[in-house]
Design a binder for this molecule. Structure first.
Ligand code: FA5
Length: 366
């Protein structure tokens, strides 16, 4: 059958195929999940689908129309399969992304719980001071906390019954029956003390190290002091010792000034006031500008603009001799200050005792 009728029939059939194709593509595009898409399959490709039903009617078509209609139907079917496969890929990828987002674990997240600890303020201060002095060319030395009378007093030009011993309220250790110490330590066991200052470390360094010496000795010291806002029975000092040829008082003043501005900043400077220590001659106290008012005068510095930091002076010739160093050839200076009080000043803390009550709310501030 050829002619206008058969042409019109073919055009209708092709239009039906095209409509089924468009309808199928719209159904694929509308699927918002893999499940939705699966539901479209029988409607797109099954025997009862629009294209399937058109195909079933092909048997009654004239042979010459069948080839054209068959090609159009195959193309439409192929287009739907391609679109279906692409949509399946896209929807699977989207589903995977959603799942990953839902199940994402932040392995770097810090679990809620106790905060990580940190170094105590006095330890932080000690480390910072060490950094400053090491930067100025000093080494760091340490010594024992229990000392014989020799190291804590006698070698420092404080013989037994010297009145200046009363400057340090000393804690003596009771070692029971023992009367002598081993290892060639100077002094007797009956005279072992908890060191009252870090100056004995000077002696230990000078005994073993020939000059030139540039060292600091930070450490814990003990005194029979009652705890109050500026005193603790256990506290920390930092001792400095320099022994070299031609060292003068000007070197001491310059070193303390350099340290003061390196640690506190250029706005703070230092000054020396005459004083007395048996192991240095001449001796001085060294003050720094009040770090609260920067020298203007306030309550903390009693309106003087200055705060006392520690003691210092030129190493006494007797001390050099006690350590086997020739004081005609070598001279030196020493200084010592309280680390706890320095931390107190630097951070504007009112009461030294706060540093040792272990109140985590206080310690967490630093
Ligand atoms: C001395 O201990 C000397 N050895 C310092 C020295 C070294 C002088 C070298 C000369 C040469 P003094 O007793 O003044 O000096 O103590 C030094 C510092 O330790 C004081 O200025 C103060 O900052 C601190 N200090 C003293 N007693 C206490 C205490 N009970 N609690 C906290 N800090 C204290």
């Amino acid at each position: 059958m050829n002619g206008p009728d058969s042409d019109a029939g073919l055009q209708t059939l092709l239009a039906d195929i095209d409509a089924a194709r468009s309808h199928g593509l719209a159904a694929i595009a509308a699927a918002s999940s893999i499940e939705d898409l699966a539901h479209t399959e029988s409607g797109l490709f099954g025997r009862k689908s629009a294209l399937g039903q058109i195909k079933q009617g092909f048997g009654s078509l004239p042979v010459e129309m069948r080839a054209t209609a068959g090609r159009a139907l195959n193309e439409a079917q192929q287009e739907l399969r391609t679109a279906h496969a692409a949509a399946a890929d896209d929807l699977a990828a989207a589903a995977r992304r959603t799942q990953l987002q839902r199940e994402w674990l932040d392995l770097t997240e810090t679990p809620p719980g106790p905060r990580r600890g940190h170094l105590h303020l006095v330890t932080q201060t000690t480390e910072r001071l060490e950094d400053v002095f090491v930067g100025m060319g000093f080494t760091v030395s340490e010594g024992p906390q229990a000392e014989t009378d020799w190291y804590n007093f006698e070698a420092l030009n404080l013989p037994a019954a010297h009145p200046a011993r009363s400057m340090w309220d000393t804690l003596y250790l009771d070692l029971g029956e023992r009367t002598e110490l081993g290892d060639g330590e100077g002094g007797e066991a009956s005279n072992v003390v908890l060191r009252t200052h870090t100056s004995p470390v000077q002696i230990r360094v000078m005994e073993v190290q020939p000059p030139p010496i540039y060292t600091i000795c930070p450490g814990r010291v003990f005194r029979r002091d009652t705890a109050d806002a500026s005193h603790m029975p256990v506290f920390h000092q930092l001792e400095g010792l320099v022994v070299d040829r031609g060292i003068s008082f000007a070197d001491l003043a310059g070193t303390l000034e350099e340290f003061t501005s390196a640690y506190f900043g250029r706005s703070i400077s230092s000054r020396l006031r005459p004083s007395y220590f048996p192991f240095t001659e001449p001796s001085a106290e060294f003050d720094i500008n009040c770090v609260i008012c920067e020298g203007a005068g306030c309550q903390t510095c009693q309106r003087t603009g200055w705060i006392e930091l520690g003691g210092c002076g030129m190493v006494h010739p007797n001390v050099l001799t006690n350590c086997g160093i020739d004081f005609e050839e070598w001279t030196g200076f020493a200084f010592g200050f309280g680390i706890d009080r320095l931390a107190l000043m630097r951070h504007g803390i009112d009461d030294l005792r706060d540093m040792y009550t272990n109140d985590i709310r206080f310690l967490n501030q630093f």
